[in-house]
Design a protein around this ligand. Sequence first.
Ligand code: GLC
Ligand code: MG
Length: 604
Amino acid sequence: MKNGKKYALLALLLPGILLLGACGRTEPAPRESAAEPALENAGPDAARPVDASEDLKWWQKTIAYEIYVKSFKDSDGDGIGDLKGVTSELDHLKALGVGAIWLTPCYVSPQADNGYDIADYYNIDPAYGTMADMDELIAEAGKRGIRIVMDLVFNHTSNENRWFRESRSGAENDKSDWYIWADPRADGSAPTNWRSIFGGSAWTYDETRGQYYLHTFLPEQPDLNWANPAVRRALGDVANFWVDKGVGGFRMDAITYIKKPAFEDGTPDAGDGTVSVHAMTANTEGILDYLHEFKAAVREDADIFTVGEANGVSAEDLPDWVGPDGVFDMVFEFGHVNIDLPDEMNWCETRAWTLPELKSLFAASQKTTARTNGWYPMFLENHDQPRSINRYLPAGADRNAGAKALATLVLTMRGTPFLMQGEELGFVNVSWPSIEDYNDISTKNHYQFAIDEGYSEAEALAGVHRFARDSARTPMQWDGTRQAGFTTGEPWLPVYDDYADYNAAAERQDPDSVLNWYIALAALRGEHAELVEGSYEELFHEDERIVAFVRESGAGRAVVLINLSTEPARYDPSCVENAVQLLGTHGESEKGVLAPLEAVIFET
Ligand code: GLC
Ligand code: MG
């Protein structure tokens, strides 16, 4: 029996325990504890799994999709995407097999960092709609088997948050110790030489208090003081407020920076004598205690998942961070997104890398998570990263073929795939002619940093073209009409000029489109449970062109072969002897050789 059918049968037999979702995936049994060890979800005995996929939680079997709310769909013509817009396009996501939507922050915010500066965790920014719109989105998504995942920005707030306004009002108030305050040095300068991740000093002087406050990111994003138990309790309350709203999980923003070490100067890593705050404060001793406390504070019966943004956590650290003994269900590691960028601040110095290196990074995480019973969020893109087609493929690679090859990697590797909006349509980086054309404050700061370090304007701009976060944030392209159907007004960020060819409506019609390839892969995950639940074993590690692996479980054994180069690539075909092709980008694949950018999945 095909697994899809087996699931359907189970759903009939076990009403209330399994709900049939899109693509024959099983949806969660309600009310299972997120605190339980992954892969050991028992549930009532009657629901004891018939195969391993029944052991997995709903979020391990689904596909997650990041929505940059500001750029997804505008419902009221103000040029800014909003929650009603998201609700209106849920069917696009359902067709993609998406079961979890990570919404970028849509709380009240002055938007210094596009919502990652939160002024009120309990309310929706009017630009994005109302709490009623949010309730409607949660409900409408729920009807389609989709859960909403909120972005919890807990390392810092906005400087307009009332907590901060109170804190900065003087040294004697309830919240005086809710942020990181420190006295100036004798000469009045900042307490340490730390440089914020977005450039400039990580300290800003406040006249009223006569002290400096720390900000890992912008001056408008003061860091919260997690050492204060009242702060930790307040943040736990925020999480539970959203749990009670019925959300399906949390993405924990910049979470590796919450524990501050002693305020000491670091060895400078830039011409101006500063050192990156990341080098000084990421993943420091004691952070896990705070996070275990947070995990315990989130309602235990909540059927949710957590995924931490974990810059500074490597594959070796994973056992402390994910799995039964860890603090989150998954973490986004930065190994592969930093593969071409030795110094995150310096966009002008890139590093040549090889495919075996990239594969080693994935393999290390895969091995550790499997060993510790943890889980992995597979991603190549998000709202902070350039588009994967530009980053991971050789120059001159065919765009559509390349997009499909990368899609195959993301959707067949072990773990929950996280897609960035537009990735499913084959979006590429924008290359606007001037730094003035860019919106993102961090992009502007990186450009300025390059100029200050002595690079030419052309060099600095080339770095921007390669790494600007704006490339992931251009408006979603829904159809070939004006502004790509994103808005009836003027979009806050220009629509990319390839929208006549790359838009959801056109790609839905074209059987060979990138979008339809994603849909086919999502369906295949529903039919071949080994692609979801199976073990992961790498093949041909040293091969410079091919990424290949085996996914195996009681449900079957799939061999995935992807040529990420623009040359034909030969391989030893014994791994696919007697195998049947399930899906391929280039029609029937000749065993033993892959065409440039060909991806194929065999069942053995
Ligand atoms: C995270 C977010 C990024 C934001 C930063 C500060 O890295 O992903 O977009 O700018 O945190 O909140
Ligand atoms: Mg709007």
